[in-house]
Write a protein that binds this ligand. Structure first.
Ligand code: SIN
Ligand code: CO
Length: 385
């Protein structure tokens, strides 16, 4: 694990600690050559191929004849390359490409619970998504060509109505930068920005997640709905003949309210909900089971010699005695917590680390392997991330 007080080229020579104290959620930071000699991780063809898949979120945004249009993927065709003023955005590239996953993990100075995904945009001259703001923090890494960023701390975040995408009605540029490959711009949430491609351009967005309380509250209600138990049914053996048939009697209200008020949830229920919620795969994520899965005995034998790693799509977190993986939770003892905590932090376990795992953990790994949540490593590795 990296030390938090180490100077990082990625953060303009600041340590993660300094970055969080001075910039995170506070002000923008332009980082020239955050990744020196950066080269795109995927070819343009590979990016187009991803955009055409139905298990990948993508969008095509055009500004032809000064008119914004947005089309959601899968994108089977794109505008002619000679045409200006269009961009294609591909979300969650890290879920499909190991190099993109490795780049996203460079930002693990922030916790996994806050890290969202790597989005790649491909634009032709003039292409962009218009002046807007995002609700989350973002690092905008220039990967190919040049992009001109205009940014503003303006508080007027009103949007033009009736647009297919969020466009600020009154964008007032305060600062402007031209980013070259390897340069990066950090923007806090709600910071107005407009990035325009100067020729063919690719920008990688390392995005963070910050779910709204409303969203989480609604999901908590759903979570509780799956676990409440309220036995019995309304009954009224003492019912009297009604004078006002449309009126709900106070007695009926009281009886039902007394029963429903028995619904409570504990702090532990909420903590389990939060972990499951934060590791829940997005709707577009499909896990792929191994083509010819080994039987459990073979899997364990191979795992103990090669090691295992989490699939690119797996989200794994923990807190206290609870371990969360892909929307499920487990309550574990100290020994299993050690193995599972190590797996969650390193996203892999080598043969030696696996030899410390209990039979229960190995059994869980068999199931996760069959479900495509975890994979066998090609060969044993002792290197830690
Ligand atoms: C882009 O890459 O074109 C859009 C990124 C952003 O503005 O958030
Ligand atoms: Co943005």
């Amino acid at each position: 694990m990296k030390k938090n007080n180490q100077a990082l080229t990625l953060l303009a020579g600041l340590s993660a600690e300094q970055f969080f104290a001075e910039y995170w959620q506070k002000k923008p930071l332009l980082i020239r050559q955050a990744i020196p000699n950066f080269k795109p991780l995927l070819s343009i063809e590979a990016l187009f191929a991803l955009a055409s898949r139905d298990d990948v979120e993508s969008r095509l945004i055009t500004y032809f004849k000064q008119h914004w249009e947005m089309k959601n993927g899968p994108l089977k065709t794109l505008p002619q390359k000679e045409k200006k003023d269009w961009t294609m955005l591909v979300q969650g590239v890290n879920l499909h490409d190991p190099a993109a996953d490795a780049l996203l993990r460079e930002f693990r100075f922030a916790p996994d619970a806050r890290l969202d995904d790597l989005m790649i945009s491909y634009a032709r001259e003039g292409g962009g998504v218009g002046p807007h703001f995002d609700s989350y923090d973002v690092f905008l890494l220039q990967a190919h060509g040049q992009r001109r960023w205009q940014i503003s701390a303006q508080t007027d975040l009103s949007l033009i109505e009736g647009m297919p995408l969020k466009i600020l009605s009154n964008f007032q540029c305060e600062q402007e930068f031209i980013l070259e490959p390897g340069d990066m711009l950090y923007l806090p949430p709600h910071y107005a920005h407009d990035g325009v491609a100067l020729g063919e351009c690719m920008t990688y967005s390392i995005g963070f997640r910050s779910p709204s309380y409303q969203e989480m509250g609604e999901s908590l209600m759903q979570f509780m709905a799956d676990s409440i138990e309220l036995p019995g049914r309304y009954a009224d053996p003492d019912l009297k003949a009604s004078k006002h048939p449309a009126e709900i009697s106070a007695q009926m209200m009281d009886t039902i309210a007394d029963e429903l008020e028995k619904i409570t949830f504990s702090r532990e229920d909420i903590e389990i909900f939060i972990g499951e919620y934060l590791t829940e795969p997005k709707a577009s994520v499909f896990f792929e089971a191994p083509k010819r899965a080994l039987v459990p005995e073979q899997f364990i034998e191979k795992a103990l010699s090669n090691g295992v790693r989490l699939s690119l799509k797996t989200q794994m977190l923990y807190q206290g005695k609870h371990v969360f993986i892909n929307g499920e939770s487990f309550t574990v003892g100290k020994r299993d917590k050690t193995s599972l905590g190590l797996l969650a932090n390193q996203r892999s376990l080598n043969a030696q680390e696996l030899s410390e795992a209990s039979d229960d953990v190995l059994e869980a790994f068999c199931i996760w392997y069959e479900d495509g949540w975890l994979e066998l490593m090609k060969k044993s590795s002792t290197a830690k991330k």
